[in-house]
Design a protein around this ligand. Structure first.
Ligand SMILES: CC(C)(COP(=O)(O)OP(=O)(O)OC[C@H]1O[C@@H](n2cnc3c(N)ncnc32)[C@H](O)[C@@H]1OP(=O)(O)O)[C@@H](O)C(=O)NCCC(=O)NCCS
Length: 273
């Protein structure tokens, strides 16, 4: 028997465990500690009151994490423990969570799904989600010609968020929205061209790579200059941007700075009430 309870009734440790089990065998390894879980909650703005845990015979078997922003909600993550998949629990959880959002008056619900995740795409499509656009990632391997050094200023991520609000994508995906960028904290930092024509967020990761968390510019040329500067700044680190960029957005800037698309891409899907 499937039942549901609000994620706010569980501890962070319980939610981290359900989350990890929900993503067993996923495309990318997902192992979430209680500390990671609280970072996720803060950085992507998971609303625990809107998020739902599914139970089968009294055991927690899956979670639908929801973020909310104005009249838009987002399925930040959804996973069912492997042993309980394919039995209708995911659909029931999705319907339960969406019905509650509809009742509260949210106008649209967004989500992103890896483009090869056929099962999840089929589930979402059958519950009213439509594909809105393709989101791609970018990477630049170490090696090749290092661009000449370009002066970059380190700035507060909040400044990058404000710049992105004025000069970034007019309809940014959730993870590139100024509200998301403003939640970025050290050790991540903002980088800016001294001209103020382009800004980005970067974080050095323990695995020796640098991750771009967002890029906004007044022109493709300025974006490309900033990307080249970021490469020259840390030539021994692979630079990558997760697959959250609308595919046509700043694509020529990434291309001219030596970046190629990552293998992993996502669909952004949208359901309107
Ligand atoms: C995607 C997921 C949440 C679906 O939950 P679930 O409990 O397995 O799904 P259900 O049993 O309710 O099935 C609902 C629908 O999903 C689709 N579906 C689910 N798994 C599928 C699969 N392996 N292949 C094809 N379709 C699948 C079907 O359309 C199914 O509808 P049907 O029962 O009418 O055929 C679950 O498989 C999961 O946790 N996967 C790993 C994590 C993940 O991929 N999360 C989504 C990230 S965006």
């Amino acid at each position: 028997m499937t039942s549901f309870r609000s994620a706010s009734d569980l501890t962070g440790t319980q939610l981290a465990e359900i989350f990890t089990r929900g993503f067993e065998g996923y495309f990318v390894p997902v192992q979430v500690s209680p500390r990671d879980w609280s970072t996720i909650v803060r950085s992507v703005g998971v609303d625990l009151d809107s998020s739902v845990v599914a139970q089968v015979d009294g055991h927690d078997v899956g979670v639908m994490a929801i973020s909310v922003r104005g009249r838009t909600a987002r399925v930040a993550a959804m996973g069912i423990a492997a042993a309980f998949r394919g039995r209708g629990v995911g659909r029931a959880l999705l319907r339960y969570g969406l019905a509650a959002l509809d009742e509260r008056g949210f106008e649209r619900v967004l989500l992103e799904v890896i483009d090869g995740n056929e099962g999840a795409i089929r589930l979402y499509a059958s519950e009213g989600f439509e594909i809105a656009r393709r989101l791609v990632g970018w990477e630049r391997a170490v090696g090749g010609t290092t661009p000449r050094a370009i002066e970059l200023l380190e700035v507060d991520p909040v400044q990058v968020a404000r710049f992105a609000a004025a000069h970034g994508h007019a309809d940014p995906p959730w993870q590139l929205a100024p509200e998301t960028l403003a939640a970025v904290t050290p050790p991540a930092t903002g980088l800016a061209l001294p001209s103020g024509d382009a800004m980005a967020l970067v974080v050095d990761r323990p695995d020796g790579t640098t991750r771009l968390l967002g890029l906004a510019a007044r022109s493709d040329e300025a974006a490309s200059t900033l990307l080249s500067g970021a490469v020259a700044r840390k030539p021994d680190r692979r630079l990558s941007h997760p697959p959250i960029c609308p595919e046509d957005h700043l694509a020529s800037a990434f291309g001219s700075a030596g970046f190629t698309c990552t293998d992993l891409a996502q669909w952004e899907m949208c359901r309107r009430q």
